[in-house]
Design a protein around this ligand. Sequence first.
Ligand SMILES: [Fe+2]
Ligand SMILES: [Fe+2]
Length: 165
Amino acid sequence: MSLILNDADIMTGVELIDKHHLKYFSIANNLLARIEDKAKNEHLFKELNAYVVYHFDTEEEFMDKFNYDKTPQHKEQHEFFKNKIKELSYLYLVTGSLDEDAKNKISSALIDWFVNHIQVVDRRLCNFILEHSRTDTGIVEKLRYKLHDFIFKHGDHGPTSSFPA
Ligand SMILES: [Fe+2]
Ligand SMILES: [Fe+2]
């Protein structure tokens, strides 16, 4: 099982966020493809947990900066997914459980997030950012800075964490 990438479905024109979403695509697809491979997946689960923190923080920073009108609903979805990934990671990494039910839960959570959040909810946020960037050149610089900062710190691979502590 894997996610199919169609550029038009994921690319929004907000370079930093697009880059983060490509990173999600890569982690999620690796997990979906190697769900049985415990050695590889341990690293991917840790990476996914680190990813949701730095990616959601980035989007939320923009929401706050622009007084985005859907901020509470969007943050609520982030919180929900962050907790779900944490819970599934513990199930997998700590209890070592990977029965059919656990595998299905992991797969549906990853796919659902890609289809219903990234392609719909995040696109709306990105359109809002782009619309407001036209009249706020400062934010364009900020977006550029954050992208360079992200690549400088993490390369194209993003950070990893030591989850679970
Ligand atoms: Fe996102
Ligand atoms: Fe989001």
